[in-house]
Design a protein around this ligand. Sequence first.
Ligand SMILES: Nc1ncnc2c1ncn2[C@@H]1O[C@H](COP(=O)(O)OP(=O)(O)OP(=O)(O)O)[C@@H](O)[C@H]1O
Length: 242
Amino acid sequence: MKSQSAIEIEDLVVERGRRRVLHGIACAIPAGSVTGLLGPSGSGKTTLIRAIVGVQIVKSGTVTVLGMPAGSAELRRRVGYVTQAPSVYADLSVRENARYFASLYGLGAREADQAIKDVGLSDAARQLVGNLSGGQRSRASLACAMIGTPDVLVLDEPTVGQDPVLRADLWGKFHALAGQGTTLLVSSHVMDEARRCDRLLLIREGEIIADDTPAAVRAAAGTDDLEEAFLRLIRQRQEVAA
Ligand SMILES: Nc1ncnc2c1ncn2[C@@H]1O[C@H](COP(=O)(O)OP(=O)(O)OP(=O)(O)O)[C@@H](O)[C@H]1O
């Protein structure tokens, strides 16, 4: 059976600062999976994410999330979004932040503490967020976004600044959430993270150049190395265009 799509994008065109940055993107992101959005800096990852969470003005095209137009009021509680800039209160402790976000969902201390544990921040739970390292702060944001188990969780470069052990733990957590039915879209410009995804969307200069499983991307490019595969797919496109 074909898995249902949680996010569907058709002919999406976005202009920023009078420059076209997404050129007619079309893709479908299956429900209950971890999809990696990978591409170089400036390729349009954050812009695409902004369109999915409904905060980006689009020139044309459609973005449908859980069967509704992106940005619909009903999606607010069902879609979690972690931006690159931490979105937690610096003058509250990690625990106070988590409990505050839990209260918005009618949840309590138990769920808040579990989310803190899930991102490996239990030891820092009493610290003010303003006193944390950058990597710890972004994990605090992630914990708050995971509370309430949204149906769709969109994470913009969530593993930047994390050490390799924590990165592996976080990816484990992403897959556990997907196993429970959450659809995750995780952006990264680190190709090493691509192998950890169920599916990949490779984006370059505002165009999708691959939308498949890591294994299929490797096979299409004829290499086991995903970074090399990305380069080969770019070259293939350039040859076709020439
Ligand atoms: N507010 C803005 N006004 C004008 N142009 C913008 C704005 N924000 C981004 N851009 C441009 O849009 C393009 C896509 O940017 P975007 O932030 O989506 O890329 P990205 O892939 O997320 O990059 P990074 O990995 O560095 O975060 C870039 O060329 C960028 O310069």
